[in-house]
Ligand binder design. Sequence first.
Ligand code: NPQ
Ligand code: MG
Length: 374
Amino acid sequence: MKIDSIELRQISLPLLSPFTTSFGTETERDALIVTIRGEGREGCGECVASLGPWYSGETLETCRHIMADFLMPLLLEADLAHPSDVWELFAPIRGNRMAKAALEMAAWDWMARLRDMSLRDLLGGTRDRVPVGVSVGIQETPGRLVEVVGQYLDQGYGRIKVKIAPGHDVRDVQAVRAAYPDILLQADANSAYTLAAAPIFEAMDGENLLLIEQPLGPDDIVDHAALQRQLATAICLDESIHSPDDARHALDLGSCRIINIKPGRVGGHMQSMAIERLCRDRGAPVWCGGMLETNIGRAHNVALASLPGFTLPGDISASARYFEHDIAGPDFVLNDDSTLSVPPGPGIGVNPIPEAMEAATQGVETYRRHGAQC
Ligand code: NPQ
Ligand code: MG
């Protein structure tokens, strides 16, 4: 199967409410939407990098560069039999997993549509609904945090994740736990601490958290192992896990007991499935993270989260959590059992809304295969 063209579209969408993490406050989401066209069909992916290198070293501009100058020439030359070939095709290029993921995932959507299948079925997903929660940004005060959490619980979310950072940690977690003694609750530090902060995590150890996510450095698995030995609560790694090897090393070292898989971070669906398989074989739960994606990235996450190893609720909230006018539809709506339904396809099961896409567009570039018509 041959690709005729690949479109890169930079978009910007205002968030319904600002989102504060240990690395800053986001008021809008900038992203690159990738569209692959060929054989009479098109498929979409979404690059989860942001304008600055805060969550990861990759940015939208490094991703655009790596895609346009290194990855697309390989993809536009290839005659693909199956989307599982794309990861191997990209092997000569090191790192840059967010750039690779955006293209690889667009290829999965495109090839699922060519076969008139849902992405879920092509990936081998086993569920029709995936359990989800909501990730709540840092608020001004613990009291305000309890209010915001209460609003999400009223909407039907069965699992809450609170963002933490120095000055917004033990008191915040204690306040939420005191107000809601029985909810599934977890905390995400986005690498805001060092091992010297171990007493802070020991102070949270009695709050019955599902997990503590990425407390220490983004590329650290040694100090995380030391911290995990001091805690009863499971550590979950996000930023530190780029690959199946990273996952194996972290589980071998005891750096974590749970892994957050974001296909956009680890290089796409093939790498995500390899991590899911490894963790399933070892009895380590995984869950699907989120990067404030549009409905395109969200649909990819939902399809992936239908695989059997994804036993914990994902950071994949309903569309209404994020934007007023998404660039693709239909919207994802929360079911009353705190799940999202996996679209029946074809492909990811959501499609661009041309007017909304146009309104959000900051710039478009199209790259064509030599010899392709038009
Ligand atoms: C996490 N996501 O699990 C991330 C952090 C995050 C939903 O908590 C722009 C760029 C926006 C990077 C939003 C959630 C982002 C971002 C959130 C990263 O760590
Ligand atoms: Mg995280």
